[in-house]
Design a protein. Structure first.
Ligand code: TRP
Length: 364
């Protein structure tokens, strides 16, 4: 792990607080699992009340509606992501696991932070600039902002609120999110300087060792390319997700080399995904099989078995949660209660700092 920001950041607590959000716009796939879900859950596995670290994980559903305007998709994704994290071993007693929209203080703080955020800072946001560039390339009738909402433009402010609300010190993210953490620091700095030292400056934590998976067609595995391998299959629990996994693995694109021909493991998506699930010994053994010649069908079958061995124990719990939204809802409400114990206090401090407070104490 590397901290991407300088480490002499002034922090108000000595306690380490990990926080990260998951945008609710898709159904988790294998790439999400090895790149984010598995490492995040592993990193908090040993936390207990005696450690000086705590963790906040949340479903960023208000971030979800920035790009996805399909209510059904937002709703189903929230359910599938919550079920996935819990089924894969996230312990809601050890971490605070909640839905962003259940903590209304976050959106309220976001407004306050908007007023400490320079517009020019948002102009420089990669996500916004990418949309402007896309407009300039296609015919947008000369309007660089065509189709861009204030939600997309101000996205980093909501993200800053997510983080600063809980005074998170460490924020595990993908590379594409580093700029957003820097913006959160910037916004916190402006507020702290102008009003009161209230917010901890967060650091982005990027894990260089997590594998980035290639998809079925040889491009990066991504929902937007439609080339993913589903983690627990379709949202519909009736569909056998083990069969779906096998079917997807069998669709991985390969070249036309004959079974007995030696193959370069480093050029193979099958080998790459296998590496993310196997022990060093198993990887060495599989490499040997490539070098002496293995049929693609055989290689895919071995890959399927390897992935399945890791996921099978989680599958039952996933299906159970998907079929029991009540249980899920209870877990999320419990998480929201825990989160709000912090957020109510923090919002109160922020409001007081900016001069929004009762004019007098009223007798009850
Ligand atoms: N924007 C993040 C992503 O797309 C998700 C997110 C929302 C987040 N709020 C956050 C991540 C706060 C870390 C901290 O990946």
């Amino acid at each position: 792990m590397t901290d991407t920001t300088n480490s002499n950041a002034q922090t108000q607590t000595t306690k380490k607080r990990i926080l990260t959000g998951i945008t609710t716009t898709g159904i988790p796939h294998l790439g999400n699992y090895v790149g984010a879900i598995r490492p995040a859950i592993q990193s908090v596995q040993n936390l207990d009340n005696h450690t000086e670290t705590d963790a906040f994980f949340f479903l960023a559903d208000y971030h979800g509606i920035i790009k996805c305007h399909d209510p059904k998709q937002i709703h189903e994704s929230t359910k599938a992501i919550a079920s996935t994290w819990l089924a894969c071993g996230l312990n809601p007693e050890k971490v605070t696991f909640y839905r962003q929209s259940d903590v209304p203080e976050i959106t309220e703080l976001a407004w306050i932070l908007n007023c400490s955020c320079a517009k020019g800072l948002m102009n420089r946001s990669h996500a916004y600039k990418a949309s402007v560039d896309a407009n300039l390339e296609k015919d947008s009738e000369g309007d660089p902002d065509r189709g861009i909402t204030m939600g997309l433009f101000g996205y980093p402010v909501l993200m800053a609120s997510d983080i600063l609300m809980f005074n998170a010190t460490h924020v595990p993210v993908g590379r594409d999110q580093i700029q957003h953490i820097e913006m959160a620091r910037d916004i916190a700095g402006t507020f702290n300087h102008r009003y009161k030292d209230l917010f901890t400056l967060p650091e982005a934590v990027v894990d260089e060792n997590v594998p980035l998976l290639t998809g079925l067609d040889g491009r990066k595995m991504s929902k937007s390319y439609g080339n993913t391998i589903p983690l627990f299959g379709n949202v519909n629990p009736q569909v056998d997700s083990q069969k779906q996994l096998r079917k997807a693995v069998m669709q991985i694109v390969t070249n036309s080399q004959a079974p007995e021909e030696p193959k370069d493991p480093n050029e193979s998506t099958i080998f790459e995904i296998y590496k993310a699930f196997a022990t060093p010994d198993e990887i060495a053994e599989f490499r040997g099989q490539f070098e002496t010649g293995i049929g693609w069908g055989d290689a895919k079958q071995q890959l399927f078995e390897k992935i399945d061995a890791e996921l099978a124990p989680f599958r039952e719990r996933y299906n159970e949660l998907m079929a029991n939204p009540k249980e899920l809802e209870e877990i999320l409400q419990h998480g929201a209660d825990k989160a709000r114990r912090h957020s109510r206090k923090q919002l109160d401090k922020a409001r007081r700092a900016i001069g929004i407070k009762p004019l007098a104490k009223l007798k009850k």
